[in-house]
Design a protein around this ligand. Sequence first.
Ligand SMILES: [Ca+2]
Ligand SMILES: [Ca+2]
Length: 159
Amino acid sequence: MGRWICKGSWWVWLGLNGVLAAAVGIVVWAGAKAQDPMPQPLPVVSFSESEYVVGEGDGSVTITVTLSQASTGTVTVDYATSDGTATSHHCIAADYVAASGTLSFAPGQTSRAVVIYILENPVCESSRTFTVTLSNPRGGSLGSPSTSAVTILDNDSCE
Ligand SMILES: [Ca+2]
Ligand SMILES: [Ca+2]
């Protein structure tokens, strides 16, 4: 294991030098690992579907929001409904109950549900649509789809 070599006017044990170099290298490598851990890519938060269809008489629709991967920290994202042809504010024939808030994914959790209430009415109508939008992710990044369209199918006779 090793040999003596002549370096200038000194004899040096080459094998011992090699072992010392390796030991120093391991310490430097271990220190770098401790100080600079590999950054985890942020989970991507999005709707599981870009479109949902619900019957007017179904009572509610459940929208699923997913993370691309489990996170070691909490991930939150805001959601809000917005009117399209379906409205939440009409006095007589509102179609759904507007909803907004913040969804929180606990560490390890990759799926959360948003329940939006659909309102029954006796009015003959065509299909109506509203949207649900995600925004302001924290601990993750926003992916696609970040908007989901919900279509309400009418159930009233138009005669
Ligand atoms: Ca109805
Ligand atoms: Ca109706």
